[in-house]
Design a protein around this ligand. Sequence first.
Ligand code: XIL
Length: 351
Amino acid sequence: MTILPILQKPLTMKTILFSLFLGISLVSFGQDPYLKDQYKFPIGASMNPRLLAENEAYRKLASSEFNSVTPENHMKIMLVHPEANRFDFSKGDEIVAFAKGQQKRVHGHTLVWHNQVPKWMNEFSGDAQAWENMLKNHVQTVAKHYKGQVAGWDVVNEAFLDDGSLRPSIWAKYIPDYIAKSFQWAHEADPEAILFYNDYGQDGKPKKMQAILTLVQDLQARHIPIHGLGLQMHINIDSKNDEILSVINQSKSTGLAIHFSELDIAVNPKNDSTFVLHEAAKEAQKQKFQLIFKAYASIPKSQQYGITFWNVSDKDSWLRGYFKRPKEYPLLFDDSYNRKPAYSQLLKNEK
Ligand code: XIL
């Protein structure tokens, strides 16, 4: 849109010289293009408001490299709804403000999950109706607060176990049909939002994948608004390519929007404490990033919601922090916030 007025102007000698100068400067300064400008779908990262505020290198990279933002934690139940009668949107709002200031899209994560649930919810007591009212109030208050600010929501996260059965959470235990209800409530609160079911580890777990596909069919048959599937893509260099591709194909065949929602590729999956990042691991990671991006690019445009990395650099990865795996390097930027060679490789792909 912004380049249109330039194109409509007659080409004067001045414009030609200026464009030449710009081209030559970019080449001579060796400035590579950005992935987000090269690919036709959004490239995102999950982000943390403290790092955005306190770490300049992080903020710079977060600003320049991504056009979509997912709050890593600050829209989760425990953080936005710490007490029964109190919501705290301050940190989620910070992320939204950061994104808005730079015309980045925000993806909401996540309305209903079994993890990061506050104590008061875990200890809630009441009959089925009281449970339902409680969750409905949560979903709708959060979705209404961020209405118009987020493009989509992970409405329900990780509802199935590897064997395809419903995960025994407080939601499954106390609220019959909680998945369908949550989608319905979210849609009522924010009818414009693209609503996702999000999960991990479908590759090599056909029963889990089947449970997700069955859920989609069931919701669609009942006219429950579900619009997308989030594949978290917490994978590693040993993840099997054919299994990943088969999950992508099955997801694609639903016709829903597809989001690779939390991409990282572990290079030291067994958490070997003597691990040293070696060439073969770097190469394997590079190939895996290639596979993921190529597979995503082959999804029909109308179904592409984007690829989101789970945080910005290796240093910020949850595998280091949450899983305490100091010898892990799962992202596209290294500990010094530099692009890895895998990045330039991705730039060379046909988009
Ligand atoms: C993780 C965050 O990265 C950690 O900081 C937090 O301590 C735990 O949750 N699947 C999800 C994400 O949907 O919300 C999780 O994020 C990673 C797995």
